[in-house]
Design a binder for this molecule. Structure first.
Ligand code: SF4
Length: 202
């Protein structure tokens, strides 16, 4: 009958899994509009796209009632893609408190403990359900370990030798010990933890 996308939380990526599995072309990416577009005349409500979306942004309605209900649900959704990003490493939402400006990094890491700073840019935003929870990332670290996120600038990338975003910068007592570049999924948790451990042994 119809497919709906909650664009309030959808990251509108060309690589959308829903587009990839749609057998009829009802979902496609329009380069001009830089957006996923829906052609409901082609949708057969097979539901394949729905199960591809890890954040539940794609919904398939099989009746008019269902369509109205889902539409209302989307209209009333107060979340944004930014909310999902803020959650990126967290099973529970992290507050805005964790978001800092890259110019503030030096001030934030200037303490006696460990501080993790995640650098990101818009292209490095990944879905919440595929990422590693911050509580897991820091489970073996001291309780006073701090964690912040900052949008990367060219200066910062150069300063900390970052090759790929997102990048996790690891500081101890104000000094950079190292960084882990690139996106890690839950399957790679152990690898990420062992890299982090190696950096902290320095
Ligand atoms: S429900 Fe099926 S036909 Fe409709 S958009 Fe999703 S994958 Fe395509």
């Amino acid at each position: 009958m119809a497919v709906l996308i909650n664009f309030k939380i959808c990251d509108n990526a060309k690589e959308c899994g829903g587009i990839a599995v749609c057998p009829t072309g009802a979902l496609s990416y329009n380069d001009e509009k830089e957006s996923i577009v829906i052609d409901n005349d082609k949708c057969i409500s097979c539901g394949r796209c729905e199960s591809e979306c890890p954040i539940g942004a794609i919904m398939v309605a099989r009746t008019d009632e269902e369509y109205d209900k889902l539409k209302e649900e989307i209209d009333n959704d107060t979340r944004t893609t930014k909310d999902l990003f803020v959650d990126r490493y967290g099973a529970t939402p992290l507050s805005e408190f964790f978001m800092i400006e890259s110019v503030d990094i030096e001030n934030k890491v200037n303490n006696d403990g460990i501080t993790l700073i995640e650098l990101y840019n818009d292209d490095s935003i990944q879905c919440l359900l595929k990422s590693i929870a911050i509580k897991d990332l820091t489970k073996d670290l001291p309780k006073d370990t701090l964690f912040y996120k900052a949008e990367a600038t060219d200066n910062i990338l150069e300063k900390y030798n970052v090759n790929e975003l997102p990048s996790l910068l690891v500081f101890k007592k104000g000094k950079i010990l190292g960084n882990i570049d690139g996106y890690y999924t839950v399957d790679e948790k152990e690898k990420l933890l062992s890299e982090l451990d190696e950096i902290l042994q320095k």
